[in-house]
Design a protein around this ligand. Structure first.
Ligand code: ADP
Length: 408
Protein backbone atom coordinates (compact mmCIF):
# COMPACT_ATOMS: atom_id res chain seq x y z
CA UNK A 1 0.00 0.00 0.00
CA UNK A 2 2.78 2.33 0.94
CA UNK A 3 4.64 1.62 -2.31
CA UNK A 4 1.55 2.07 -4.37
CA UNK A 5 0.85 5.45 -2.80
CA UNK A 6 4.47 6.51 -3.29
CA UNK A 7 4.48 5.59 -6.96
CA UNK A 8 1.22 7.53 -7.49
CA UNK A 9 2.72 10.57 -5.75
CA UNK A 10 5.89 10.25 -7.82
CA UNK A 11 3.91 9.90 -11.03
CA UNK A 12 1.83 12.97 -10.18
CA UNK A 13 5.00 14.93 -9.27
CA UNK A 14 6.63 13.84 -12.55
CA UNK A 15 3.62 14.92 -14.60
CA UNK A 16 3.51 18.24 -12.73
CA UNK A 17 7.22 18.77 -13.38
CA UNK A 18 6.82 17.96 -17.04
CA UNK A 19 3.90 20.32 -17.36
CA UNK A 20 5.87 23.10 -15.68
CA UNK A 21 8.87 22.40 -17.80
CA UNK A 22 6.76 22.52 -20.99
CA UNK A 23 5.16 25.80 -19.87
CA UNK A 24 8.62 27.22 -19.18
CA UNK A 25 9.84 26.12 -22.63
CA UNK A 26 6.77 27.72 -24.21
CA UNK A 27 7.27 30.90 -22.21
CA UNK A 28 10.95 31.00 -23.13
CA UNK A 29 10.14 30.53 -26.82
CA UNK A 30 7.53 33.28 -26.65
CA UNK A 31 9.98 35.59 -24.89
CA UNK A 32 12.66 34.80 -27.46
CA UNK A 33 10.22 35.44 -30.32
CA UNK A 34 9.24 38.71 -28.64
CA UNK A 35 12.87 39.73 -28.27
CA UNK A 36 13.59 38.77 -31.89
CA UNK A 37 10.61 40.80 -33.08
CA UNK A 38 11.77 43.74 -30.99
CA UNK A 39 15.25 43.38 -32.40
CA UNK A 40 13.93 43.23 -35.98
CA UNK A 41 11.81 46.27 -35.31
CA UNK A 42 14.79 48.14 -33.88
CA UNK A 43 16.95 47.10 -36.83
CA UNK A 44 14.26 48.26 -39.27
CA UNK A 45 14.04 51.59 -37.48
CA UNK A 46 17.83 52.02 -37.53
CA UNK A 47 17.86 51.11 -41.25
CA UNK A 48 15.09 53.55 -42.04
CA UNK A 49 16.83 56.36 -40.11
CA UNK A 50 20.07 55.54 -41.96
CA UNK A 51 18.18 55.44 -45.29
CA UNK A 52 16.51 58.76 -44.55
CA UNK A 53 19.82 60.29 -43.52
CA UNK A 54 21.45 58.97 -46.71
CA UNK A 55 18.59 60.28 -48.87
CA UNK A 56 18.81 63.64 -47.10
CA UNK A 57 22.54 63.83 -47.73
CA UNK A 58 22.11 62.80 -51.36
CA UNK A 59 19.39 65.44 -51.88
CA UNK A 60 21.61 68.04 -50.24
CA UNK A 61 24.58 66.92 -52.31
CA UNK A 62 22.55 67.00 -55.53
CA UNK A 63 20.94 70.33 -54.77
CA UNK A 64 24.32 72.06 -54.49
CA UNK A 65 25.00 74.59 -57.24
CA UNK A 66 28.68 73.66 -57.07
CA UNK A 67 29.79 70.44 -58.68
CA UNK A 68 31.44 68.01 -56.26
CA UNK A 69 33.57 65.06 -57.32
CA UNK A 70 35.17 62.65 -54.85
CA UNK A 71 38.07 60.41 -55.86
CA UNK A 72 39.08 57.46 -53.71
CA UNK A 73 42.62 56.46 -52.68
CA UNK A 74 43.13 54.77 -56.06
CA UNK A 75 42.06 57.99 -57.81
CA UNK A 76 38.84 56.47 -59.07
CA UNK A 77 35.54 58.32 -58.99
CA UNK A 78 33.76 57.44 -55.75
CA UNK A 79 31.00 60.05 -55.74
CA UNK A 80 29.68 62.81 -57.99
CA UNK A 81 26.70 65.11 -57.66
CA UNK A 82 24.18 66.17 -60.32
CA UNK A 83 25.91 69.53 -60.84
CA UNK A 84 29.05 67.74 -62.11
CA UNK A 85 26.92 65.64 -64.47
CA UNK A 86 25.30 68.80 -65.84
CA UNK A 87 28.50 70.87 -66.07
CA UNK A 88 30.29 68.14 -68.04
CA UNK A 89 27.21 66.83 -69.84
CA UNK A 90 27.75 63.29 -68.50
CA UNK A 91 25.13 60.78 -69.53
CA UNK A 92 26.47 57.55 -68.00
CA UNK A 93 27.63 56.46 -64.54
CA UNK A 94 31.33 57.23 -64.17
CA UNK A 95 31.80 55.82 -60.69
CA UNK A 96 34.81 53.53 -60.53
CA UNK A 97 36.53 55.21 -63.49
CA UNK A 98 39.71 57.30 -63.43
CA UNK A 99 39.45 61.02 -64.24
CA UNK A 100 40.94 60.45 -67.70
CA UNK A 101 38.56 57.57 -68.45
CA UNK A 102 35.55 59.55 -67.27
CA UNK A 103 36.29 63.05 -68.62
CA UNK A 104 39.01 62.56 -71.28
CA UNK A 105 40.32 65.96 -70.34
CA UNK A 106 44.06 66.54 -69.76
CA UNK A 107 43.63 69.89 -68.00
CA UNK A 108 41.39 68.33 -65.35
CA UNK A 109 43.83 65.47 -64.82
CA UNK A 110 46.64 68.03 -64.42
CA UNK A 111 44.68 69.76 -61.62
CA UNK A 112 44.12 66.41 -59.85
CA UNK A 113 47.85 65.61 -60.16
CA UNK A 114 48.77 69.00 -58.73
CA UNK A 115 46.38 68.57 -55.80
CA UNK A 116 47.82 65.13 -55.02
CA UNK A 117 51.37 66.48 -55.22
CA UNK A 118 50.85 69.67 -53.26
CA UNK A 119 47.90 68.72 -51.03
CA UNK A 120 45.58 71.22 -52.70
CA UNK A 121 45.00 73.18 -55.93
CA UNK A 122 43.04 76.39 -55.51
CA UNK A 123 41.19 78.74 -57.87
CA UNK A 124 42.22 76.92 -61.04
CA UNK A 125 40.32 78.01 -64.16
CA UNK A 126 39.22 75.34 -66.56
CA UNK A 127 37.91 76.16 -70.02
CA UNK A 128 35.69 73.34 -71.24
CA UNK A 129 36.13 72.18 -74.82
CA UNK A 130 33.10 72.75 -77.05
CA UNK A 131 31.44 75.32 -79.23
CA UNK A 132 30.03 77.41 -76.41
CA UNK A 133 32.62 78.99 -74.15
CA UNK A 134 32.24 77.52 -70.65
CA UNK A 135 34.62 78.39 -67.86
CA UNK A 136 34.80 76.61 -64.49
CA UNK A 137 36.74 77.39 -61.35
CA UNK A 138 38.13 74.27 -59.69
CA UNK A 139 39.28 73.88 -56.10
CA UNK A 140 40.82 70.51 -55.24
CA UNK A 141 42.17 69.11 -52.00
CA UNK A 142 43.41 65.79 -50.67
CA UNK A 143 41.26 64.61 -47.76
CA UNK A 144 42.92 62.85 -44.84
CA UNK A 145 41.82 60.46 -42.10
CA UNK A 146 42.40 61.37 -38.40
CA UNK A 147 45.83 59.67 -38.60
CA UNK A 148 46.78 62.01 -41.44
CA UNK A 149 46.76 59.41 -44.23
CA UNK A 150 45.29 60.33 -47.63
CA UNK A 151 41.77 59.01 -48.26
CA UNK A 152 41.37 60.48 -51.71
CA UNK A 153 40.81 63.83 -53.43
CA UNK A 154 37.81 66.14 -53.41
CA UNK A 155 37.16 68.53 -56.32
CA UNK A 156 34.66 71.39 -56.21
CA UNK A 157 33.58 73.05 -59.50
CA UNK A 158 32.05 76.50 -59.76
CA UNK A 159 30.53 77.71 -63.06
CA UNK A 160 32.14 81.06 -63.99
CA UNK A 161 30.62 81.30 -67.50
CA UNK A 162 28.03 83.97 -66.66
CA UNK A 163 30.52 86.03 -64.62
CA UNK A 164 33.01 85.89 -67.50
CA UNK A 165 30.31 86.97 -69.96
CA UNK A 166 29.37 89.94 -67.76
CA UNK A 167 33.02 90.82 -67.35
CA UNK A 168 33.46 90.84 -71.14
CA UNK A 169 30.29 92.91 -71.61
CA UNK A 170 31.62 95.42 -69.09
CA UNK A 171 35.06 95.57 -70.74
CA UNK A 172 33.47 96.01 -74.17
CA UNK A 173 31.21 98.74 -72.78
CA UNK A 174 34.11 100.66 -71.24
CA UNK A 175 36.11 100.34 -74.49
CA UNK A 176 33.11 101.55 -76.53
CA UNK A 177 32.41 104.48 -74.23
CA UNK A 178 36.06 105.57 -74.31
CA UNK A 179 36.10 105.35 -78.08
CA UNK A 180 32.80 107.22 -78.48
CA UNK A 181 33.94 110.01 -76.15
CA UNK A 182 37.39 110.31 -77.70
CA UNK A 183 36.15 110.81 -81.27
CA UNK A 184 34.18 114.05 -80.81
CA UNK A 185 36.70 115.32 -78.26
CA UNK A 186 39.62 114.93 -80.65
CA UNK A 187 37.58 116.62 -83.40
CA UNK A 188 36.81 119.56 -81.11
CA UNK A 189 40.46 119.77 -80.07
CA UNK A 190 41.63 119.66 -83.72
CA UNK A 191 39.29 122.45 -84.84
CA UNK A 192 40.09 124.62 -81.81
CA UNK A 193 43.83 124.24 -82.50
CA UNK A 194 43.34 125.18 -86.16
CA UNK A 195 41.33 128.23 -85.10
CA UNK A 196 44.05 129.27 -82.62
CA UNK A 197 46.71 128.75 -85.29
CA UNK A 198 45.09 131.45 -87.41
CA UNK A 199 41.82 130.17 -88.86
CA UNK A 200 39.91 132.35 -86.36
CA UNK A 201 40.91 135.38 -88.45
CA UNK A 202 39.61 133.88 -91.68
CA UNK A 203 35.98 135.00 -92.01
CA UNK A 204 35.32 132.22 -94.53
CA UNK A 205 36.36 129.22 -92.42
CA UNK A 206 35.97 130.42 -88.81
CA UNK A 207 32.13 130.24 -88.69
CA UNK A 208 32.17 126.80 -90.37
CA UNK A 209 34.70 125.49 -87.86
CA UNK A 210 32.72 126.89 -84.95
CA UNK A 211 29.55 125.19 -86.23
CA UNK A 212 31.45 121.88 -86.52
CA UNK A 213 32.73 122.30 -82.96
CA UNK A 214 29.16 122.94 -81.83
CA UNK A 215 27.96 119.80 -83.62
CA UNK A 216 30.56 117.63 -81.92
CA UNK A 217 29.87 119.22 -78.52
CA UNK A 218 26.17 118.41 -79.06
CA UNK A 219 27.12 114.82 -79.85
CA UNK A 220 29.12 114.60 -76.64
CA UNK A 221 26.17 115.96 -74.65
CA UNK A 222 23.76 113.47 -76.29
CA UNK A 223 26.15 110.61 -75.63
CA UNK A 224 26.61 111.52 -71.97
CA UNK A 225 22.85 111.92 -71.51
CA UNK A 226 22.19 108.49 -73.09
CA UNK A 227 24.94 106.92 -71.00
CA UNK A 228 23.46 108.35 -67.82
CA UNK A 229 20.00 107.10 -68.82
CA UNK A 230 21.32 103.58 -69.54
CA UNK A 231 23.28 103.52 -66.32
CA UNK A 232 20.26 104.64 -64.25
CA UNK A 233 17.98 102.14 -66.00
CA UNK A 234 20.37 99.26 -65.41
CA UNK A 235 21.20 100.10 -61.82
CA UNK A 236 17.49 100.29 -60.96
CA UNK A 237 17.86 103.91 -59.82
CA UNK A 238 14.91 104.96 -61.94
CA UNK A 239 11.58 103.86 -60.54
CA UNK A 240 8.64 103.74 -62.94
CA UNK A 241 5.78 106.04 -62.15
CA UNK A 242 2.89 104.02 -63.56
CA UNK A 243 -0.21 106.11 -64.23
CA UNK A 244 -3.15 105.62 -66.62
CA UNK A 245 -1.68 106.97 -69.86
CA UNK A 246 -3.46 107.74 -73.13
CA UNK A 247 -1.12 106.22 -75.74
CA UNK A 248 -2.93 107.77 -78.72
CA UNK A 249 -2.29 111.30 -77.53
CA UNK A 250 1.30 110.48 -76.51
CA UNK A 251 1.99 109.13 -80.03
CA UNK A 252 0.50 112.28 -81.60
CA UNK A 253 2.52 114.53 -79.25
CA UNK A 254 5.85 112.82 -80.07
CA UNK A 255 5.08 112.93 -83.81
CA UNK A 256 4.27 116.62 -83.48
CA UNK A 257 7.57 117.31 -81.73
CA UNK A 258 9.46 115.62 -84.58
CA UNK A 259 7.31 117.09 -87.35
CA UNK A 260 9.84 119.73 -88.40
CA UNK A 261 12.74 117.31 -88.39
CA UNK A 262 10.70 114.94 -90.57
CA UNK A 263 9.72 117.78 -92.91
CA UNK A 264 13.40 118.63 -93.45
CA UNK A 265 13.75 115.16 -94.96
CA UNK A 266 10.50 115.35 -96.84
CA UNK A 267 9.01 112.73 -94.55
CA UNK A 268 5.72 112.84 -92.67
CA UNK A 269 3.96 110.88 -89.96
CA UNK A 270 0.82 108.88 -90.67
CA UNK A 271 -0.83 107.81 -87.44
CA UNK A 272 -3.47 105.11 -87.06
CA UNK A 273 -4.58 105.05 -83.43
CA UNK A 274 -7.98 104.98 -81.78
CA UNK A 275 -9.27 107.99 -79.86
CA UNK A 276 -8.12 106.89 -76.47
CA UNK A 277 -6.04 103.84 -75.57
CA UNK A 278 -5.19 103.82 -71.88
CA UNK A 279 -2.43 101.72 -70.32
CA UNK A 280 -0.65 101.88 -66.96
CA UNK A 281 2.67 103.43 -68.00
CA UNK A 282 5.34 105.94 -67.10
CA UNK A 283 4.60 108.79 -69.52
CA UNK A 284 8.06 110.33 -69.43
CA UNK A 285 9.85 107.03 -70.10
CA UNK A 286 7.45 105.91 -72.82
CA UNK A 287 7.80 109.33 -74.44
CA UNK A 288 11.54 108.71 -74.57
CA UNK A 289 11.10 105.24 -76.13
CA UNK A 290 8.68 106.47 -78.81
CA UNK A 291 10.86 109.52 -79.50
CA UNK A 292 13.88 107.26 -80.18
CA UNK A 293 11.88 104.99 -82.52
CA UNK A 294 10.25 107.86 -84.46
CA UNK A 295 13.58 109.69 -84.68
CA UNK A 296 15.28 106.56 -86.07
CA UNK A 297 12.51 106.15 -88.63
CA UNK A 298 13.23 109.68 -89.85
CA UNK A 299 17.03 109.26 -89.66
CA UNK A 300 17.23 105.89 -91.40
CA UNK A 301 13.98 106.06 -93.35
CA UNK A 302 15.66 107.22 -96.52
CA UNK A 303 13.77 110.53 -96.75
CA UNK A 304 10.90 111.40 -99.06
CA UNK A 305 8.70 108.89 -97.36
CA UNK A 306 6.22 108.41 -94.64
CA UNK A 307 6.57 107.04 -91.16
CA UNK A 308 3.47 105.00 -90.37
CA UNK A 309 2.63 104.50 -86.70
CA UNK A 310 -0.13 102.04 -85.82
CA UNK A 311 -1.42 101.58 -82.30
CA UNK A 312 -3.87 98.73 -81.68
CA UNK A 313 -5.08 96.50 -78.87
CA UNK A 314 -4.58 92.76 -79.18
CA UNK A 315 -4.54 89.90 -76.66
CA UNK A 316 -4.46 91.96 -73.46
CA UNK A 317 -1.81 94.35 -74.65
CA UNK A 318 -1.29 97.37 -76.84
CA UNK A 319 0.97 96.98 -79.84
CA UNK A 320 2.63 99.98 -81.42
CA UNK A 321 4.39 99.59 -84.76
CA UNK A 322 6.63 102.15 -86.45
CA UNK A 323 7.25 101.53 -90.16
CA UNK A 324 9.44 103.50 -92.51
CA UNK A 325 10.18 103.24 -96.21
CA UNK A 326 13.95 103.23 -95.95
CA UNK A 327 16.45 100.56 -96.99
CA UNK A 328 15.61 98.44 -93.93
CA UNK A 329 18.03 96.52 -91.70
CA UNK A 330 20.55 93.97 -93.06
CA UNK A 331 19.17 90.51 -92.05
CA UNK A 332 22.20 89.59 -89.92
CA UNK A 333 21.81 92.85 -87.94
CA UNK A 334 18.10 92.51 -87.06
CA UNK A 335 18.85 90.56 -83.85
CA UNK A 336 21.70 92.85 -82.81
CA UNK A 337 20.45 96.39 -83.23
CA UNK A 338 19.08 96.49 -79.66
CA UNK A 339 22.58 95.90 -78.26
CA UNK A 340 24.43 98.86 -76.80
CA UNK A 341 26.57 100.68 -79.38
CA UNK A 342 25.64 98.30 -82.18
CA UNK A 343 25.22 100.20 -85.43
CA UNK A 344 24.86 98.90 -88.96
CA UNK A 345 26.82 101.82 -90.36
CA UNK A 346 28.86 103.56 -87.68
CA UNK A 347 29.81 106.57 -89.84
CA UNK A 348 26.20 107.07 -90.96
CA UNK A 349 24.90 106.89 -87.41
CA UNK A 350 27.49 109.47 -86.24
CA UNK A 351 26.68 111.75 -89.15
CA UNK A 352 23.02 111.59 -88.07
CA UNK A 353 24.00 112.49 -84.50
CA UNK A 354 23.35 108.95 -83.24
CA UNK A 355 24.92 107.53 -80.09
CA UNK A 356 24.25 103.84 -80.72
CA UNK A 357 22.30 103.67 -77.45
CA UNK A 358 18.81 104.70 -78.58
CA UNK A 359 17.37 101.22 -79.21
CA UNK A 360 18.99 99.80 -76.10
CA UNK A 361 17.18 102.48 -74.08
CA UNK A 362 13.91 101.61 -75.88
CA UNK A 363 14.35 97.94 -74.98
CA UNK A 364 14.98 98.70 -71.29
CA UNK A 365 11.99 100.98 -71.02
CA UNK A 366 9.59 98.60 -72.78
CA UNK A 367 10.77 95.55 -70.83
CA UNK A 368 10.45 97.38 -67.55
CA UNK A 369 6.77 97.95 -68.42
CA UNK A 370 6.43 94.18 -68.92
CA UNK A 371 6.32 94.57 -72.70
CA UNK A 372 8.37 93.33 -75.63
CA UNK A 373 10.21 94.99 -78.47
CA UNK A 374 11.41 93.61 -81.80
CA UNK A 375 12.24 94.66 -85.34
CA UNK A 376 11.84 93.20 -88.79
CA UNK A 377 12.08 94.19 -92.42
CA UNK A 378 8.87 94.85 -94.29
CA UNK A 379 8.20 92.61 -97.33
CA UNK A 380 7.78 95.68 -99.54
CA UNK A 381 10.93 97.38 -98.15
CA UNK A 382 11.60 99.50 -95.09
CA UNK A 383 12.09 98.67 -91.43
CA UNK A 384 9.35 98.01 -88.90
CA UNK A 385 9.76 98.28 -85.14
CA UNK A 386 7.21 96.87 -82.70
CA UNK A 387 6.65 97.39 -79.02
CA UNK A 388 3.96 96.08 -76.71
CA UNK A 389 2.67 97.37 -73.39
CA UNK A 390 0.34 95.22 -71.23
CA UNK A 391 -3.15 96.69 -70.74
CA UNK A 392 -2.90 95.99 -67.01
CA UNK A 393 -0.08 95.53 -64.55
CA UNK A 394 -1.33 91.98 -63.90
CA UNK A 395 -3.70 92.27 -60.96
CA UNK A 396 -1.77 94.27 -58.40
CA UNK A 397 -1.73 97.78 -59.81
CA UNK A 398 1.47 99.44 -58.77
CA UNK A 399 2.39 103.07 -58.87
CA UNK A 400 5.99 102.27 -59.35
CA UNK A 401 8.11 99.40 -60.55
CA UNK A 402 11.90 99.14 -60.59
CA UNK A 403 13.61 98.58 -63.95
CA UNK A 404 14.84 95.11 -64.69
CA UNK A 405 18.52 94.63 -65.39
CA UNK A 406 19.49 93.05 -68.74
CA UNK A 407 22.79 92.05 -70.22
CA UNK A 408 22.78 94.10 -73.42
P1 ADP B 1 21.82 105.27 -83.25
O1 ADP B 1 22.12 106.32 -82.28
O2 ADP B 1 23.01 104.82 -84.03
O3 ADP B 1 20.65 105.59 -84.10
P2 ADP B 1 20.17 103.19 -82.15
O4 ADP B 1 20.41 102.30 -80.99
O5 ADP B 1 18.97 104.04 -82.14
O6 ADP B 1 21.50 104.01 -82.33
O7 ADP B 1 20.10 102.28 -83.45
C1 ADP B 1 21.10 101.31 -83.66
C2 ADP B 1 21.28 101.04 -85.14
O8 ADP B 1 20.13 100.39 -85.66
C3 ADP B 1 21.43 102.30 -85.97
O9 ADP B 1 22.76 102.77 -85.98
C4 ADP B 1 21.00 101.79 -87.33
O10 ADP B 1 22.09 101.15 -87.97
C5 ADP B 1 19.93 100.75 -87.01
N1 ADP B 1 18.57 101.29 -87.16
C6 ADP B 1 17.80 101.84 -86.19
N2 ADP B 1 16.61 102.21 -86.67
C7 ADP B 1 16.60 101.88 -87.98
C8 ADP B 1 15.64 102.01 -89.05
N3 ADP B 1 14.45 102.55 -88.84
N4 ADP B 1 16.02 101.54 -90.27
C9 ADP B 1 17.21 100.99 -90.47
N5 ADP B 1 18.15 100.83 -89.52
C10 ADP B 1 17.86 101.28 -88.29
Amino acid sequence: MFWESLSVILAVALVACQLRWRRRVREDAAARARREAEFRDLQARIDSVAEREKAKQETLFDSMAEGVLLLDRKNRVALINQAVEQLFGLSSDIRGMTVMEAFRFNDLQAIVNRAIKEGRAQGEELELPGLERRVLEVNAAVYLNPAGASQGTILVFHDLTRIKQLENTRKEFVANVSHELRTPLSMIKGYVETLIDGAKDDPEVAPKFLLTIQKHADRLTALIEDLLTISRLESGQIVLNLQPLDLSSLIRRVADELKDRAAKRNARFVIEAGDEIRVPADGERLHQALFNLFDNAIKYGGGNGEVRVICEISAGRVEISVRDRGPGIPPDAVERIFERFYRVDRARSREQGGTGLGLSIVKHIVQSHGGEVWARNEPGGGAAFFLTIPLSTGGAVQNSLPFRETAS
